[in-house]
Design a protein around this ligand. Structure first.
Ligand SMILES: Nc1ncnc2c1ncn2[C@@H]1O[C@H](COP(=O)(O)OP(=O)(O)OP(=O)(O)O)[C@@H](O)[C@H]1O
Ligand SMILES: [Mg+2]
Length: 580
């Protein structure tokens, strides 16, 4: 592959801007170059978070001495042989990275093409200071030292070695996930941090995110409109306090895209508390013409021709997978217990989700009231055989909080409050989806001032919003008139809601916030409307609760993402007593 200087018209079409702003961005460029050179093994060494040293060694194609010199020139690349940026599948295409790094550090480039000899070039802040033969196996080694030492303006913005190291690690992880077929090692301050053997994507993702995903992950595979989405997401109950483990790859390119954050939020809406975040690694393959990779100087963002379709694929695909798995829960707390408490997946699959609960909103206060509510059921005799209900038959209640049930294959324990809360929320949602959403007309329409693009967005989404109970009208270039709000929102800060909505529509391309808000309210109401912990239930009430759980979607988690039930299998009970 020969390197050429790009013609000026092409240079001008390339997204301009800062290529390297911190060690992690330099490292990312170097690893991408190694991948573009078809390396099968890449070794990264860092000192002080890359501030002192970044070294990347690959066993890829290597370069001849002439190519090395050209590689260090601006706008020289081997990756755009025919000016077609739209068709590029390599990571690089600008011919910017090496010269940019070389201009702000001391750089040593050693390379040897297959069948050729090794050569070394030393650059000090853009000036060549030496070159000569080098003994080196085929491939390339690049060392970057003292990054930004002589660039105080940049130096100022660098963070501690620890923080820079964290960013470097993230960059390596992203690329290693994108290309699981390549082996990687990473050393920091002389310590081996990662050893990754070439593997398939699922194994690589599990290695880098969490092995727990084997048990608590849901595999994704869906195809729509010529696009394909694969990967893994975590069960709602297996979540994190920060959104730091969400990865999106578009045609094998790691991208940071708000689209993913928004789509994840939408897919897990009401399955997970607002301050908790799922884990996700999603691989999207789209036809080259659907995506513009030349959208950002650091190549970390892409632009989709049809962002709404991509979002639809992600939200739809994930939601479908989540609903399919809805009876399953991660039972996180139990994972560390001496015996394994698990929700049986196979049972979850047997749940009949074809019959959604269809109670009216007004009924949500009703709980499992049956005629005989006298406390009982401390120890139901288990004379008759256990019918084959996935969650079993209630045998009693413990601490007035947990229902103990006997299933065919083990003992089921249900958190009555968590479970009922979920059921109430699902009933309310079903009513809403059935079109029974109540609106509250405002006696005096509320006038809200917003910026013009915000008004445009709200106006554009007004039909959707009206469906959810929010009727609005454009009243002037930067004014919106609100005639009604969803009744469930009660007294609400209409101006705040509208400005949040406008921002969210911009970000997500769909009015999510209102649904979110409604769900939030619905969840709060559900919580108040549900059977409290500490309430004594009759056996009939307990059984009614179990049966409804079996037919209610997403009943494996409460509205806060905690499990609602766990099962101790017969095998595990036997182990407890040393019978196995
Ligand atoms: N590790 C490597 N092995 C083989 N060739 C390399 C390596 N690194 C760089 N090159 C060559 O040097 C050229 C310039 O690299 P550079 O990273 O500056 O630009 P690029 O990868 O073409 O585009 P971009 O600026 O978008 O990364 C590449 O096109 C490639 O031919
Ligand atoms: Mg490059």
């Amino acid at each position: 592959m020969s390197i050429r200087r790009l013609p000026p018209e092409l240079i001008n079409r390339i997204a301009a801007g800062e290529v390297v702003e911190r060690p992690a961005s330099a490292l990312k460029e170097l690893v991408e170059n190694a991948l573009d050179a078809s390396a099968s093994q890449i070794s990264v060494r860092l000192y002080a978070g890359g501030l002192e040293l970044i070294e990347v060694v690959d066993d890829g194609s290597g370069m001849t001495p002439d190519e090395m010199r050209l590689a260090l020139e601006r706008h020289a690349t081997s990756k755009l042989p025919d000016d077609a940026i739209e068709q590029v599948t390599s990571f690089g295409f600008r011919g910017e990275a090496l010269p940019s790094i070389a201009s702000v550090a001391r750089l040593s480039l050693e390379s040897r093409p297959r069948g050729g000899d090794g050569w070394r070039i030393e650059i000090d802040h853009g000036e060549m200071v030496g070159e000569g033969p080098a003994a080196f196996p085929p491939g390339t080694r690049i060392k970057v030292e003292g990054l930004f030492d002589k660039v105080p303006a940049r130096r100022k913005f660098l963070r501690s070695p620890r923080a820079e190291y964290a960013a470097c690690l993230d960059a390596v992880k992203r690329l290693a996930m994108a290309r699981s077929d390549v082996g990687f090692t990473l050393d920091h301050d002389g310590r081996r941090i990662l050893t990754l053997l070439a593997a398939g994507a699922p194994a690589r993702v599990a290695e880098l995110l969490s092995h727990e995903l084997d048990r608590h992950g849901i595999g994704i595979e869906c195809v729509r409109n010529g696009m394909r989405l694969t990967g893994v997401i975590s069960l709602p109950t297996f979540n994190r306090g920060v959104a730091d483990q969400q990865y999106l790859f578009v045609n094998s390119r790691p991208v940071k895209d708000r689209l993913l954050t928004g789509a994840l939020r939408a897919a897990y809406r009401d399955l997970i508390a607002r301050d908790r975040h799922p884990i996700a690694a999603l691989f999207l393959e789209v036809p080259l013409e659907e995506v513009d990779v030349n959208a950002h100087p650091a190549k970390t963002e892409v632009r989709f021709r049809d962002a709404a379709a991509v979002r639809g694929l992600i939200v739809g695909g994930l939601r479908h997978a989540l609903d399919e798995e809805s009876g399953r829960s991660a039972a996180r707390e139990q994972a560390a217990a001496p015996v394994m408490w698990t929700n049986s997946e196979s049972y979850a699959r047997n749940f009949d989700h074809e019959r959604p609960p269809v109670a009216a909103v007004r009924e949500e206060q009703h709980s499992f009231v049956v005629d005989d509510v006298a406390p009982q059921g401390r120890a139901e005799p288990a004379t008759e055989p256990v019918p084959n209900f996935p969650l079993g038959v209630a045998r009693g209640q413990v601490a007035a909080t947990y229902i103990v049930a006997e299933a065919e294959d083990g003992l089921v324990i249900v958190d009555q409050h968590a479970a009922h809360e979920r059921l109430v929320l699902e009933r309310m949602r079903a009513a809403r989806e059935g079109g029974a959403i109540a609106r509250q007309a405002l006696l005096i329409p509320e006038v809200v001032d917003l910026d013009e693009p915000g008004c445009d967005r709200l106006e554009g989404a007004s039909a959707d919003l009206a469906e959810m109970g929010l009727d609005l009208e454009r009243f002037g270039p930067s004014t919106i008139l609100v005639r009604s709000v969803p009744a469930a929102l009660g007294k609400t800060d209409v101006a705040g809601l509208l400005s949040d909505l406008a921002a969210e529509i911009a970000e997500l391309g769909g009015p999510m916030s209102l649904r979110d808000k409604l769900d939030h309210v619905a969840a709060t109401i559900a919580c108040h409307g549900s059977v409290r912990a500490g309430r004594v239930l009759s056996v009939a009430e307990m059984n009614a609760l179990l049966r409804e759980m079996e037919v209610t979607p997403r009943s494996g988690q409460c509205n806060h993402g905690r499990p609602t039930w766990v099962k101790l299998g017969h095998g595990e009970i036997e182990k407890l007593f040393g019978r196995r």
